[in-house]
Design a protein around this ligand. Structure first.
Ligand SMILES: [Zn+2]
Length: 351
């Protein structure tokens, strides 16, 4: 395993950002290669600790000559966001300098060729970081971007061109659900990892062996040793299932039995009033149409001071907010409905 340091030039003299990069060299040049990164949203740490638990497993496989495909690991993908504190609170989702979401604005290339990347020498520092992350990841057969939600189940975003071929990955990782998407107008990292393969010849696209996914490892507070160990096992099983690593001791994979739904089925449930949220449901709960999801206490103690929110259709609760203060119009939760949401928001994945 080789460690190197990536450097991103800042926007003024004397400022730059660094993050470590780890490379395991595969012994078989035709084996699939893998790229893993965590904490693109810099405060989302379940993936960081999962990688911490995975690295010794990769090192052992390497020592035993079982790493077949090249593996690149970036445990802290966002040194800019990692250093952003605002009035004592960490702010890892948006770049404070440009107010841009760190998981938006990635270049969506027409083909998987880094020569097509824009020149960001004179761009903003977050653009330089994004260009570099695409440079590092593009061309790998497997690209995993580890995130987490507010409070939630473990789930994946997967482009429709990779489903159901990626069902083995979902099973290997042990996630609860898979959200299928087809359009990326905003330039997510996942979009930058899969859109370049949509309009190229099959022998370049190799969609049957390609993996690109945003992994949502539950909630922001689910940074836990036991979960990290389990998630590392899941990542390892995926790498074995796809032939990046060989391990004859692993049991045969079982089929994926979790929830699979298109993004159009998600009801986001905007809060009708501002106030304190009393939830009736938590991630993983199955709800029927008409069930109460939450009560907003907007005028405590007053007549009509509470407003209730009900399920618009049958489904499963995927996520909810980790904080209990809410403004009118902010989304309360994600309900994955059994059919298309009447309020379906067009566009990209929500991470
Ligand atoms: Zn995220």
């Amino acid at each position: 395993m080789q460690k190197s340091i990536e450097r991103i030039a800042g926007e003024s003299e004397g400022v730059s950002y660094e993050f470590p990069l780890f490379r395991f060299a595969g012994t078989d040049k035709v084996a699939p290669s893998a790229y893993l990164q965590a904490a693109l949203h810099a405060g989302e740490l379940p993936g960081v600790v999962a990688i911490d638990a995975l690295m010794p497993m990769l090192a052992k496989a390497e020592a035993e000559g079982r790493v077949k495909g090249d593996i690149t690991v970036v445990p802290w993908a966002n040194p800019i966001g990692r250093a952003q504190y605002h009035f004592g609170e960490h702010q890892g989702r948006f770049h404070l300098g440009t107010r841009t979401n760190f998981n938006r604005g990635f270049p969506l290339l027409a083909a998987p060729d880094v020569a097509l990347l824009p020149d960001t020498t004179l761009g903003s520092v977050d653009q330089r970081l994004k260009t570099r992350l695409v440079q590092l990841s593009l061309g790998h057969d497997i690209v995993l971007d580890l995130h987490c939600d507010d409070e939630g189940l473990a789930y994946l975003y997967v482009h429709t061109s990779l489903w159901p071929a990626m069902a083995d990955c979902a099973a290997a990782m042990g996630v609860d659900a898979v959200m299928l998407w087809s359009e990326d107008t905003d330039g997510t990292f996942e979009g930058a990892s899969i859109m370049p393969y949509q309009n190229v010849p099959d022998e370049v696209a190799k969609l049957d062996r390609r993996v690109a996914t945003t992994v949502e490892y539950r909630g922001i507070l689910d940074v836990d040793g036991a979960l990290a160990a389990a998630d590392a096992e899941g990542l390892y099983r995926l790498l074995v299932a796809r032939g990046v690593i060989t391990d004859t001791a692993l049991p045969a994979p079982s089929p994926f039995t979790g929830v699979v739904a298109p993004l159009e089925n998600i009801d986001m449930m905007p809060a009708p009033r501002a106030g304190a949220v009393l939830y009736d449901v938590k991630p993983g709960d199955r709800v029927a149409k008409g069930a109460r999801l939450a009560t907003i206490v907007h005028a405590p103690g007053e007549t009509d001071g509470r407003t209730e929110v009900f399920a618009p259709q049958d489904g499963i609760i995927l996520t909810r907010r980790s904080r209990r203060i809410i403004r009118a119009g902010e989304d309360l939760l994600k309900l994955v409905g059994d059919s298309k949401s009447a309020d379906a928001r067009s566009g990209t994945l929500e991470d």
